[in-house]
Design a protein around this ligand. Structure first.
Ligand code: G3I
Length: 322
């Protein structure tokens, strides 16, 4: 087998993944080649969100998501489903309705069963809940919280487990990588869910980070460790590292970026329940970051021409040294 992130990750028994959009997957051959060669896990970036799957009331369309899952199956890759419950990307037809609590419960239950049963046996892990806690530690305001109350979290995990008992179920969050009010609140939430025997198997730490605001390494390890002590798997689900505005030449920025990737993967390996790391994209060519921040950036492992970046070699090096 040729040397790749994928081959080394498989020797280490971890997943190394990337988020993918339907556009490059269906139109960019190099993208597909690099994806299948370097990664053993795929997260659809948008194709499994509620609004994308069900733009019209009662009419699910799995075409894009199925195409991504088929690609994964053909190339023997794991699929991380993203995401069953989120406060964003809820279809307009649903937001417009004025529903009773029982009706919102019924909508959520039906959505989770429809989607998780559709992909049963093909999606190995689900981000069941995405981003349910705010930076101040309170629950994120949402259609689900307002309609059901905080019980929606527990219900969602139970329904996902009934719909696909074989899937690993994750709570996925951004900004709670090291020790802060948000990660404290997520910890309390997951501790309660575990105590109540709710089927939750892991925590996804998104890891959208920047050279200008690095996560605290000791805090990251302590945070991952406390979740692991609850018996939860740890997965870095959406890593990218912004370099915009950081000091030095581009070469220096890319080297600093590589060090950040290296440190984070090394920190992960100090945690016994570490399951895998996915980047939010394959190549800088299609990263969501420039559109979001308004600045050019280069946050991923491959540059716009699919050349290996120092960050790629840093991860390869960590995997090789295991
Ligand atoms: O669906 C419309 C399409 O009809 C239209 O032609 C197009 C024009 O721009 O916009 C399309 O929607 C965009 C969608 O991506 C699909 O490309 C939305 O405007 C845009 O807001 C959306 O952004 C996505 C964002 O989540 C919101 O869903 C990003 O691509 C995606 O990378 C990002 O991913 C999130 C994770 O799900 C959760 N964690 C944070 C991460 C980054 O924000």
């Amino acid at each position: 087998m040729t040397l790749s992130l994928r081959s080394l990750a498989e020797e280490c028994g971890i997943w190394i993944g990337a988020a993918v959009g339907i556009e490059p997957l269906s139109s960019d051959g190099t993208f597909c080649d690099v994806l299948a060669r370097e990664f053993n896990a795929i997260t659809p970036d948008n194709a499994m969100k509620f609004e994308h799957l069900c733009p019209e009331m009662g009419q699910y369309n799995f075409r894009d998501a199925d195409e991504i899952v088929s690609f994964a199956q053909v190339h023997r890759m794991h699929v991380r489903g993203h995401t069953l419950v989120w406060h964003r990307r809820i279809p307009q037809w649903l937001l417009k309705q004025d529903l009773s609590r029982d009706q919102v419960v019924a909508v959520l239950e039906e959505h989770i069963f429809t989607v998780a049963e559709h992909f049963r046996g093909r999606v190995a892990a689900w981000d069941v809940i995405n981003e349910a806690v705010e930076e101040n530690g309170l629950f994120q305001d949402s259609f689900w919280l307002r309609g059901i109350g905080s019980e929606y979290l527990e219900l969602a995990f139970r329904w996902a487990n009934q719909a696909d008992p074989g899937a690993l179920l994750f709570y996925n969050e951004w900004g709670g990588e090291d020790l802060n009010r948000k990660s404290d609140a997520v910890y309390s939430l997951l501790q309660k869910l575990v105590q109540h025997r709710v089927p939750v198997h892991g925590i996804g730490l998104q890891m959208h980070v920047s050279l200008m605001e690095p996560p605290d390494r000791q805090g990251l390890v302590a945070n991952m460790r406390r979740f692991a002590d609850l018996g939860l798997q740890i997965y870095i689900t959406e890593m990218d590292v912004q370099i915009h505005n950081s000091p030095g030449s581009l070469k220096q920025q890319l080297e600093a970026q590589a060090e950040m990737y290296r440190e984070i993967l090394e920190a992960c390996f100090s945690i016994s329940t570490f399951k895998g790391l996915s980047t939010w994209g394959v190549t800088d060519r299609y990263s969501w970051i420039p559109q979001f921040t308004g600045y050019p950036d280069a946050p991923l492992l491959f540059d716009e021409s699919y050349q290996f970046k120092p960050a790629y070699w840093a991860l390869l090096d960590v995997l090789q040294s295991r």
